[in-house]
Design a protein around this ligand. Structure first.
Ligand code: SF4
Ligand code: SF4
Length: 254
């Protein structure tokens, strides 16, 4: 029997699930190694659990999702969250910083029909998570490495170091040093493939905080480069605004 793989969606844009379909050349090989038992983005055909590996995309934003993620945890031998929404709450977690009723009034003409929690939270706030794969969206190479690692009962080889290390390894000229451009790279986990600095723009922090980020030191440098407190506060409130290191540093500049 092949291991059963399930892919689940919560509050999200589907971009991270699509990374699995984007695997193209590797997809047939993957389908040969696992039984894809639940993946609604790809097929309506589903098989019942339990599942050997569940990949979970999206934040927990409704009471129904709270109940569903607990059921998925019970059905899954290993549960891995994929993407900024599932690992930190995503863009939708910006509402955690605001008055929820006011946000609803601003967005919907008739908010009485909205059935949502006041916060969007990462899956790990609700159930035990075996591994978190970062990114907005995730990197397909890292996704394949993660599935391979779980199939072979080993730890995924996914770095927790910062984006700066990727720039150095690739020989990318530092945009902050050479042009004084703001960059979140010193505090952001590597993994995107050095996309922004390689084309001469600062990192936007899509992969969330690196291991032991020194955000206070980065903020001091950004202030020296002319960033005012309001801009600094917003700077950390992008795709991973609710990740503790970014949330706390942002709050220091309120
Ligand atoms: S992390 Fe980004 S790409 Fe992935 S589902 Fe959320 S918004 Fe979409
Ligand atoms: S461009 Fe950004 S990520 Fe790259 S070395 Fe400079 S500060 Fe670090």
């Amino acid at each position: 029997m092949k291991p059963k793989l399930a892919v689940w969606k919560f509050s999200s844009c589907d971009g991270c699930q699509l990374s699995l379909l984007d695997c193209e050349e590797e997809l047939l090989q993957l389908a040969g190694a696992v039984q894809i038992a639940h993946f609604l983005e790809a097929s309506r055909a589903t098989r019942p659990g339990p599942y050997d590996l569940s990949l979970v995309e999206g934040s927990i934003s409704t009471a129904r999702e709270q109940a569903q993620i607990r059921w998925i945890r019970e059905q899954s031998r290993q549960l891995v969250t994929i993407g900024a929404c599932a690992t930190a709450g995503g863009i939708q977690a910006l509402r955690n910083l605001l008055d929820f009723d006011e946000v609803q009034q601003q967005v919907y003409p008739q908010p009485d029909f909205i059935d949502s929690l006041a916060t969007a939270t990462p899956v790990s706030d609700h159930v035990k998570v075996d591994f978190e794969l970062r990114g907005c969206p995730i990197d397909k190479g890292q996704l394949l490495e993660l599935i391979n690692a779980f199939l072979n009962a080993r730890r995924p080889n996914i770095p927790a170091w910062s984006q700066c290390q990727e720039c150095k390894a690739a020989g990318t000229v530092c945009v902050m040093v050479s042009r004084g451009e703001p960059c979140l790279g010193p505090v952001t986990q590597a993994g995107c493939g050095n996309r922004c600095p390689a084309v001469g723009r600062g990192c936007y922090g899509c992969f969330g905080p690196a291991e032991r980020p020194n955000a206070a030191a980065l903020s001091r440098r950004l202030q020296e480069l002319g960033m005012d407190p309001a801009s600094l506060q917003r700077y950390y409130r992008l795709f991973n605004a609710n990740a503790p290191a970014f949330r706390e540093e942002s709050a220091r500049h309120e």
